[in-house]
Each structure stands twice: as C-alpha cells, then as structure tokens.
Ligand binder design. Structure first.
Ligand SMILES: [Zn+2]
Length: 299
C-alpha cells in the first residue's frame, strides 16, 4: 500500500545525537507530532561512506564494503547486487521523480547508480538549500535525498558537542526549515513523509570509533499516519526500509542479499510489522577508529 507520494530526507552529516543539546526550534516544531529518536544506531565504523551507504543500500558496511576512498573514486556499479533506493524505486515506478542533492558529492557519485535518471546537484549546504527548495517546488519529487555537510565540518574543526558544533546544528536547523517550507509551498505537505537523519556523531574532533557520541544519532519523521513519540530501537540502515514502506514498494526479505533494513516500531501508527530483529552482532563487532576524514580533507 502506497502511504505517501513523496518522501524527503534531510541528511545532516556529523550531527549524531547532538541535536538534542542544540537549540533547534524548527526541528522541535516540524517533528512535534512526529516519531523521534536520538539513539538510532550508526554503522560501524562511524564514517560517512559506511553510514550513508548503509542508509541508501539497506545493507551494512560488512556487506556493501564502501569506504570514503571508494565512493570518492568509483561510480557505484549499476548492476550491483545491492541496489540503491533510487534503483529500487525506479524499477517499480519508472516515472518517479528522484533527486540526490548532496553537499558531499561522493554520495551521489559513489553510492547512487548513474543510470537511474536521478536529478542531482552539489554545493556547500548553504548554497545547496536554495537549489533543493527550487527542486521541491518545481518537481515535487517522489524521493529526494539530501546531505548537508557543514555540521560535520564544525565537529572536525571545533569538536563534536562544542559550542561551534551546536551553533552550526542550529543554523542547519533553519536550512532544514527552508526545505520544509518549500514542501508546503509545493502543496504536497499532506502527502509527504519528511525525515531528518544523521549519519554518525563524533568524539573530540573525529569519528570512526564506537563511542556513544559517535554511534548514536538522531532520526525524526513527520507525516500523516506517523505516530507521535519515541522510537525505541532503530539502525540507520532502516532508512531504506522506511522509504520503501512509505512508497508502498516491497523490500527484500531480511537477510536476502545482505538486506538487514527493517521498519522500526513506533513510526507508522497503523503498521503491522514483524518483530524487530537485533542486529547488533553485525554493527558492534569491530570497534575501531579511522584516520580517514571525509570532507575536503580526504586524501
Ligand atoms: Zn559523515
């Protein structure tokens, strides 16, 4: 059953669970009646390619094996056994309007197949948001995925949880609100599942390890039929299952081709879901710290 004609994801790199500490009036308002958690589990290691890859592919890093180096240098294989959400949606909805607007372009380049007619743009998030808003207003996308990078930059530069990091979360909160307003202006708010998600947090001025500050992240969803309250258990790769569910597209069976995304309890009020499986043996297995940065510092 198709529940929404539009799903819009605002991805905030490096925000972790720090949204809870930051001053985020827009987040608070947009998700006041929504489903929210500050303890969605990131992928291990808590690095961008591994985490965004998990979200868009529905499989963990132990399966997709993407790294920052790979997604920066290698286009995502169009015939991968692990199709991205874009390919999965396109296969079922040939006319869907799909967009990937990412500040960190390796997401679009290295995680999204380049033959799926996905509208895309890349720019620093402050410059990207007006393009995102225009795209929403003009094209009313079926599925739009975005990634805003500056919060992670503030974490690397000043420390995760620092005043500068929290201030940048506050500023990006306003950028997110611009997208939300564009959804309203497009006249599709009633038919949109609006999501905010972070890929990982950080500890000190880095991330890649498995501290609570790195591995717990924010996820929030708002839309008709979304249950108000806290989501108890969730992994970021579940984003894949949530998006497909919202659009009424069948997801692979659990474990089929490594697929481990599940629709968590506590998001869709009327959902009858299989019991949520604990996959922590897959995600917590190899705590380690990476020296690989992912923004312009990438080597
Ligand atoms: Zn990241």
């Amino acid at each position: 059953m198709k529940r929404y004609n539009h799903v819009i994801v605002i991805g905030v790199d490096g925000a972790g669970a720090f949204v809870k500490q930051a001053d985020t009036p827009c987040f608070d308002r947009i998700f006041a009646e929504g489903a929210v958690t500050y303890s969605a589990l990131a992928s291990n290691p808590t690095i961008s390619a591994e985490c965004w890859g998990s979200m868009l592919l529905g499989v963990g890093p132990e399966v997709h094996k993407l790294t920052n180096g790979i997604v920066s240098s290698t286009p995502y294989p169009v015939d991968s056994a692990f199709p991205s959400l874009f390919r999965r949606i396109r296969e079922v909805m040939p006319d869907a309007e799909l967009g990937s607007y990412c500040d960190w372009n390796p997401i679009t380049f290295g995680i999204v197949e380049n033959n799926q007619n996905v509208a895309n743009a890349t720019a620093r998030d402050t410059d990207l948001m007006p393009m995102i808003c225009d795209y929403i207003r003009e094209k009313k996308p079926t599925f739009l995925f975005t990634q805003l990078d500056s919060v992670d930059g503030a974490g690397h530069g000043h420390g995760y949880g620092s005043e500068a990091h929290l201030r940048r979360i506050h500023e990006v909160d306003e950028l997110m609100n611009d997208a939300y307003e564009a959804v309203k202006e497009a006249g599709i708010l009633e038919d949109t599942l609006f999501i905010m998600i972070a890929d990982h947090g950080g500890f000190g001025t880095g991330h890649g390890g498995w501290t609570d500050e790195e591995k717990y992240v924010t996820f929030a969803a708002s839309g008709k039929g979304v249950q108000k309250g806290a989501i108890e258990e969730m992994n970021i790769r579940d984003l894949s299952a949530i998006v497909l569910y919202a659009l009424g597209i069948d997801a692979p069976a659990f474990d089929e081709q490594g697929w481990t995304a599940q629709v968590p309890a506590g998001i869709f009020a009327d959902a009858v879901l299989p019991e949520y499986r604990d996959i922590s043996h897959l995600t917590g297995a190899a705590p380690r710290r990476s020296k690989v940065a992912h923004t312009s510092e990438l080597i």
